[in-house]
Design a binder for this molecule. Structure first.
Ligand code: GLY
Ligand code: MN
Ligand code: MN
Length: 434
């Protein structure tokens, strides 16, 4: 994708204003070795990408605040030999122009140039206590500057966490981000729809995973947003099941928690459907409870309510449902207060979503849940997991259901980004019998 220079430059300018004075240093993620000389597919650091759109490894952003603010990139040099093996790299000159920097220098010049840039700066912001190698390297630069004390040069004395400055900006998505998130959501919803259509008893969980991946990649996603979960039968009750290597049986449900990443932005969708295309009576009963909980939670996503409101709404419906299923007895308020639902619903209902599937941003401010405001994006994902334990009757064994959508808070309430993924019993059965 062509980088949108103005958007990312404006984000950096905004951050420079927040910084006020001093220097901010932010490195992208390193390449990660998988085994011997094989690497994982490269994924940039989300904070770095938010500010630069620069996709290559071995790159560092340096922002200098003050009267003459400067935006500087360090990146790999052009290298004909390496480019024959590994592909195109921008090099500082082209990167400066393409990504809108005031200056760009070779990555190999970091140790030479950074101490100079830190001279006489009072404040330094970087992502400390995050990557030990960077802590050590930046400490070394500071000590180079301190070594010049007798020449009158001063080193930074105020240290700030760069992530803490950037997280509040990332919590509110701008129009460009929402466009990318909608595309990730649309492709991910399509993948769920196509996978429902494909699913037949006797297929393997892995075949459904392959179909999801086919749709994402064909549509332009670069990668899954997280490791996909394709969990048939009892596997649906294992929250982080990722083996995806078992056969799918008629009569079982299959829970799929999977979504693609589009230019860095994640979707996060869970759908649960019957392997043979028809919900049994018991499955339908539990599904109706989780769906009602999810719709109640979505209705609680609107400005003025707080981050915990969707969770509270979901808990009320789920707990009443557990009473109706005779798994709990008593009065709903008291049961919620005791956490009586926890054997069957042990996770929270929402998390922020964006460049990271579990995106950055505080959930509380001064001890109170954050108020929901337009531009925030979060998931809504209640579930029930009925293992053969905790006095669950046999008819309900191994029913594991989660329904997850991604929502954008708007002025009027919210917009469900992932609405195109079939969700009601009727929509799912129609998608499975086109
Ligand atoms: N797929 C990760 C989550 O739902 O939080
Ligand atoms: Mn989620
Ligand atoms: Mn999920």
């Amino acid at each position: 994708m062509t980088p949108d220079i103005a958007i990312h430059r404006a984000r950096r300018s905004h951050l420079l204003e927040t910084l006020g004075e001093g220097v901010l240093i932010l490195a992208t993620a390193p390449e990660a070795r998988r085994n011997r000389d094989a690497h994982y597919p490269y994924r940039f650091d989300s904070h770095f990408y938010y500010l630069t759109a620069f996709p290559e490894p071995e790159a560092v952003l340096v922002l200098i605040a003050g009267k003459r603010p400067r935006q500087i990139l360090f990146c790999r040099e052009k290298n004909e030999e390496r480019e024959i093996w590994d592909g195109f790299r921008y090099g500082p000159k082209a990167a400066k122009a393409a990504f809108g920097f005031d200056a760009a220098y070779p990555y190999d010049e970091l140790d030479r140039r950074l101490p100079k840039l830190l001279e006489n700066q009072v404040r330094l912001a970087y992502a400390f206590a995050s990557v030990p190698a960077w802590d050590a390297r930046i400490m070394a630069w500071i000590n180079v500057v301190r070594g010049k004390a007798r020449t009158g040069v001063t080193a930074p004395v105020n240290l700030s966490d760069a992530h803490a400055l950037i997280d509040p900006l990332r919590l509110f998505k701008d129009a460009h981000e929402i466009e990318l998130m909608q595309r990730a959501a649309d492709l991910s919803a399509q993948a769920h729809r196509d996978t429902m259509r494909l699913c037949k008893p006797g297929m393997g969980e892995g075949e459904l995973e392959a179909e999801l991946m086919r749709v994402w990649r064909a549509g332009g996603c670069q990668a899954p947003a997280y490791t996909p979960i394709v969990a048939g039968g009892a596997n649906a009750c294992v929250l982080h099941y990722v083996a995806n290597d078992q056969p799918l049986k008629a009569g079982d449900l299959v829970l799929i928690d999977a979504a693609g990443e589009y230019h860095g932005y994640a979707a996060d969708i869970t759908r649960t459907f019957p392997v043979n295309g028809h919900f049994s009576g018991a499955q339908k009963e539990v599904y109706a409870i989780v769906l009602a909980a999810q719709l109640a939670a979505i209705a609680a996503v609107r400005p003025g309510l707080d981050f915990n409101a969707p969770h509270a709404a979901a808990l009320r419906v789920l707990t009443q449902g557990l009473v109706d299923l005779k798994l709990l007895t008593g009065e709903v308020d008291g049961l919620i207060e005791q956490g009586a639902y926890k054997p069957w619903y042990m996770h929270k209902t929402s998390h922020w979503i964006g460049l990271d599937v579990h995106d950055v941003g505080d959930y509380k401010a001064a001890g109170a849940w954050r108020e929901l405001q337009p531009g925030m994006t979060l998931t809504v994902e209640p579930g029930l997991y009925l293992r053969p334990a905790d006095n669950v009757p046999k008819a309900l064994w191994n029913i594991g259901i989660r329904i997850e959508d991604d929502v954008l808070v708007t002025q009027a309430g919210c917009h469900v980004l992932t609405a195109a993924a079939p969700k009601s019993v009727a929509e799912i059965e129609a998608a499975m019998h086109p």
